[in-house]
Design a protein around this ligand. Structure first.
Ligand code: G3H
Length: 544
C-alpha cells in the first residue's frame, strides 16, 4: 500500500531545500511584546520555543520539528496587569467602550477587519506552520473568520435596530436593549485557533465587553500580526493579551473575581475546575465549547458510498482534529464488511504529506505526544480483541501518523469513550439500532450525531430520541459546525451556551431596559432625551 509503511512516511518530510518558496515563513517570529492597556509592552523574561508539527530532514539525516519562533512565558504579575487594564477599560460599565454607541463600536470593528484582511497571507502561513493544517484549510479558516465577523456586524445592526423603539405595555413605556456583561476571558483551541477564538472574541467585543485574550498553546504566533491591529482599532484596554501557562494564570485570574465571562473552547475537566475558582460563581457566565465524541449510525439500507464519503470526511478532515469530527462509527452488522472494505479503499486515496502540498489530507500532528497517544489507544484496542483493518494503519514517523481504522471496537476499550482527537477511526458493529441509541444516551457527550439511511419512518423514529440527546442530528451527512448562522451547541460535557452569529451576540450580553410610567411628563422627558441625544442607550436611531 502506497501510503502506509514507515519509510514511505519518512520521505514525506522535506529537506530544507525542498520547501517551496511560496510556503516558507519569511523568518522565525520571536515575539517579545504583549498588548496591555493600549501599549505594546516589551518582554525580556523567559520565552517558549515554538516547534512546528512539520519536521525537516537535516543534513545529518535526522528528522526534526522546525523551530518557527518563540513567545513570552509570563506569570501572574503580567496576567494581573492585563486583567486590571480590562477592568479599568470597562470601569463598571462607565468606560469609553461599554458606553460607546453600537455604531461606533461597529466602526472600530470594521477598521480591525480592514487591518486584519491585509495580513491574510502572513496569518494563513502561520496557521499552516504552527498547527500543521493544510494550506487550503488554513485559507478557509481565515476567510471563514472574516465572513463570520462581517456577518456578526450585520446581525448586530439588525439586533440593535429592532431594539431602537419604545414598547408600551399596561401603561409602562420601556426600551429594551442588550448591554455588555463586563470583562471576558477569551481562550480558543489549537485546532481552529483563529476561527473559534474569534467566534467568541468578536461578539464579546462588539457587545461592549472588554477582553483578556490568552491564545492557545499551539497557535499563538499566528496572532502576532494582529497585535498592532488590535491596538490601532480599539480604545486602550479593550483588548489585552497574556502569554503564559494557562494552568498558572487562568485560575489566578478567575480567583480574583474580576472576570464576568469565561469564554473557553477546551476540555470539560478544565472548564469545571476553572468555574470553581471564581469566588461568586453565580456572577460568572460561561460560554463553553467542550469535548465531543460524535457518532455516526449507519443503518442497513444506507447508501454505502455516501456514508463512506461522509464518514471519511467526518472522521479524518484535519486528521480528525475537529471537535465536530466523527469519533465513533456504528455500522449495522449486515453491511459492516462492505462498509469497511469501501472505507479503507477510500482512505488509501487520501494524500499524506506536508500542509502546503496540493490535495493533501493527512498532515503532521502537533507533537510526538499525540502519535504516542494514538499508538496507546490502538494497542489498548488490540489487547482487547480489535484489529487495525487498513494496511499500514497506525504506522507513524515522528509527527506523521497514518490513520488507523480499528474494528470491532467495544465497551471497555479507550476508543469506545475517549475523544481521540486524531486520525483513529473506531468502528463498532450493531445488530439492533437500540444498541446504537443506547451508546449515544449513555455517552458523557452530547454535541451531534450523524445517521445514514433511507427509510423515512426509521429515520424519523431515530431523530426524535436523538434530538433530546445531542444538539444537531445530521441525516446522511457528516457532523459539522457550519453554516455559522445555525446554532452550535452541545449537551452534557460538550458545551455550555449556544454559539452562532446571532446567538453569540446574546451570549455576551444581557437585556437591560429603561422603563417609566406612561405620563405626559415622562413622555416629554423621553422625547427630549432622544431628540437631543442625551443617552446612548435611549435612542431610536437606525444603523444602516
Ligand atoms: O473544532 C470544532 C470546529 O468548530 C468545527 O468546525 O465542523 O466547521 O469543521 P467545522
Amino acid at each position: 500500500m502506497e501510503n502506509a509503511d514507515f519509510g514511505k512516511l519518512q520521505v514525506r518530510f522535506p529537506g530544507l531545500d525542498d520547501i517551496p518558496d511560496a510556503a516558507r515563513l519569511d523568518a522565525p517570529i520571536h515575539q517579545r511584546v504583549s498588548l496591555v492597556d493600549g501599549e505594546l509592552k516589551t518582554w525580556d523574561g523567559a520565552c517558549k520555543t515554538v516547534l512546528s508539527p512539520v519536521c525537516v530532514r537535516q543534513d545529518s539525516g535526522e528528522i526534526e520539528q522546525v523551530v518557527i519562533g518563540s513567545y513570552p512565558v509570563m506569570g501572574e504579575t503580567e496576567s494581573d496587569a492585563a486583567l486590571d487594564a480590562a477592568v479599568q477599560a470597562y470601569d463598571h460599565g462607565r468606560g469609553l467602550w461599554p458606553t460607546m454607541t453600537v455604531a461606533q463600536r461597529i466602526g472600530c470593528m470594521q477598521e480591525f477587519i480592514r487591518l486584519m484582511a491585509a495580513k491574510r497571507q502572513e496569518i494563513v502561513k502561520l496557521i499552516m506552520w504552527e498547527i500543521g493544517k493544510s494550506l487550503a484549510d488554513s485559507q478557509k479558516e481565515f476567510d471563514r473568520t472574516i465572513t463570520y465577523m462581517q456577518d456578526t456586524i450585520s446581525a448586530l445592526k439588525e439586533l440593535d435596530n429592532s431594539n431602537s423603539r419604545f414598547t408600551i405595555v399596561e401603561g409602562t413605556i420601556g426600551q429594551i436593549r442588550r448591554a455588555p456583561l463586563g470583562v471576558v476571558l477569551c481562550m480558543g483551541p489549537y485546532n481552529y485557533p483563529l476561527n473559534e477564538t474569534f467566534a467568541t472574541l468578536i461578539p464579546a467585543l462588539l457587545m461592549g465587553n472588554t477582553v483578556v485574550f490568552k491564545p492557545p498553546q499551539y497557535g499563538t504566533l499566528l496572532f502576532y500580526p494582529l497585535v498592532e491591529a488590535f491596538r490601532t482599532a480599539f480604545p486602550k484596554g479593550v483588548i489585552n493579551t497574556i502569554y503564559a501557562p494557562g494552568a498558572i494564570v487562568v485560575p489566578h485570574m478567575l480567583a480574583s473575581g474580576k472576570i464576568n465571562v469565561l469564554a473557553l473552547i477546551g476540555s470539560s475537566k478544565v472548564a469545571d475546575y476553572l468555574k470553581k475558582q471564581h469566588p461568586k460563581s453565580h456572577r460568572l457566565r460561561a460560554v463553553l465549547g467542550l469535548d465531543a465524541k460524535n457518532a455516526a449510525i449507519v443503518l442497513p439500507d444506507a447508501d454505502i458510498n455516501l456514508a463512506v464519503k461522509e464518514c471519511l470526511l467526518g472522521a479524518l478532515s484535519f486528521n480528525g482534529q475537529r471537535c465536530t469530527a466523527l469519533k465513533m462509527l456504528m455500522v449495522h452488522r449486515s453491511i459492516a464488511d462492505e462498509f469497511l472494505e469501501r472505507f479503507t479503499a477510500a482512505l488509501e486515496n487520501l494524500k499524506v504529506g506536508m500542509p502546503w502540498e496540493q490535495g493533501v489530507s493527512i498532515t503532521p500532528l502537533p507533537g510526538m505526544h499525540r502519535t504516542a497517544y494514538m499508538t496507546q489507544a490502538i494497542d489498548d484496542a488490540k489487547a482487547k480483541g480489535a484489529r487495525v483493518v487498513n494496511e499500514g494503519g497506525g504506522v507513524f514517523c515522528k509527527t506523521l501518523f497514518y490513520p488507523a481504522v480499528v474494528y470491532p471496537v467495544q465497551e471497555g476499550m479507550m476508543l469506545y469513550r475517549e475523544e481521540q482527537f486524531g486520525p483513529l477511526v473506531p468502528v463498532m458493529p450493531f445488530d439492533d439500532v437500540e444498541t446504537a441509541l443506547e451508546y449515544v444516551i449513555t455517552s458523557d457527550h452530547g454535541q451531534q450525531v450523524s445517521i445514514f439511511g433511507n427509510d423515512a419512518a426509521q429515520l424519523g423514529a431515530l431523530v426524535d430520541p436523538l434530538v433530546n440527546q445531542v444538539c444537531r442530528v445530521n441525516i446522511n451527512c457528516q457532523c459539522q459546525r457550519g453554516p455559522d448562522i445555525f446554532p452550535f451547541a452541545g449537551r452534557k460535557d460538550s458545551a455550555e451556551g449556544t454559539l452562532s452569529v446571532t446567538d453569540a451576540l446574546r451570549a455576551f450580553s444581557i437585556r437591560s431596559m429603561v422603563a417609566t410610567k406612561e405620563t405626559d411628563g415622562n413622555k416629554a422627558l423621553l422625547d427630549a432625551m432622544v431628540k437631543n441625544h442625551h443617552s446612548k442607550f435611549v435612542n431610536t436611531g437606525f444603523i444602516f
